[in-house]
Design a protein around this ligand. Structure first.
Ligand code: ATR
Length: 275
């Protein structure tokens, strides 16, 4: 029986067990995928126990992605670029990977971003992977707008050498000045997440053919996406990134590359709607 799981705090609402469980059943693999709650300070102990228990590896979520990166003896280029890991594989020690950037690239693949400008909201951990993803998608310029402009500046300085896109940091209030340039608006802030304030953004200056994406998936239709859809914009919700980031993890744990399908999306949507 191959074992894997998700380590985080809190981890009770994670959709990852449902997602990996769907693939295990679909592919007829004798495996399990469990929740591993680990309070801050308890991360290394829970990892040590999982290794003792014969786990193939774990996914890592908030607040442990930096600790997971620090703990690993080997790091993939994407983990090194992100400075954070959402996947640890227990083989010849601990190897760290980051599949969040890959997940976002796959989710945004249909957007023709080559040579265009993207506006990224947020400058936290999720924004870091988002800058790398937008760079990989060929954006020529990325405005990084954050509530505290200093963090946008720091993120742009840290990542400019990793992407060929021109990174332009600024304050969230400057949104109306840059909106007209955007081919893509991407929210990576935690605003709009269940329990948080929604993101109140005036979309009137956004070109009609601009795509609006939110990496928040709970709720699936954030206020930002509702506002964008009401104005006729194509929208992309956060579930695509969630499903795609899980593909390389599942393959690392169970040895088979699974597929993202409408059936998988339907199962996850039903769980979100029931919550
Ligand atoms: P994550 O790892 O999910 O990115 P984080 O590192 O805590 O989490 O970052 C959260 C991001 O959401 C930050 O960019 C934060 O802005 P500040 O740096 O100014 O705090 C942003 N954020 C959270 N709530 C917000 C809100 N109500 N309006 C605008 N931005 C918000």
């Amino acid at each position: 029986m191959k074992r894997a799981g998700i380590i985080g705090w809190p981890v009770s609402h994670s959709l990852s067990p449902l997602l990996h469980g769907f693939w295990l059943k679909q592919l007829g693999i004798a495996g399990e995928y469990v929740r591993l709650p680990a309070a801050p300070g308890n991360f290394a102990a829970v990892i040590a126990q999982a290794r003792k228990d014969g786990f193939a590896g774990v996914n890592v979520t908030v607040p442990h992605k930096e600790a997971a990166f620090a703990l690993a003896e080997r790091k993939t280029p994407s983990a090194l670029q992100a400075g954070a890991a959402n996947l640890l594989v227990f083989k010849d020690g601990i190897a760290a990977d980051n599949t969040d950037t890959y997940g976002l690239v796959q989710s945004l693949k249909a957007v023709a971003l080559g040579g265009k400008t993207a506006v990224l909201l947020g400058a936290g951990g999720a924004a870091r992977g988002a800058v790398l993803a937008l760079g990989q998608l060929g954006a020529a310029k990325i405005h990084i707008l954050n509530r505290s402009a200093g963090k946008a500046q720091a993120l742009a300085s840290a990542l400019q050498s990793s992407v060929s896109a021109k990174l332009v940091p600024g304050a969230l209030q400057t949104w109306p000045q840059v909106a007209g340039e955007a081919a893509l608006l991407l929210n990576s802030t935690s605003a709009g997440m269940k329990g948080n304030d929604p993101l109140a953004l005036d979309l009137s200056a956004l070109p009609p053919n601009a795509v609006v994406c939110d990496i928040v998936y709970n709720p699936l239709q954030t206020q930002l996406l509702k506002d964008a859809a009401a104005r006729g914009h194509q929208t992309i919700d956060g579930l695509g990134m969630l499903m795609h980031q899980a593909v390389p993890s599942f393959e690392a744990f169970y040895g088979v590359r699974p597929e993202v399908t409408p059936q998988l999306r339907a199962v996850l949507e039903a769980a979100l709607n029931a919550a």
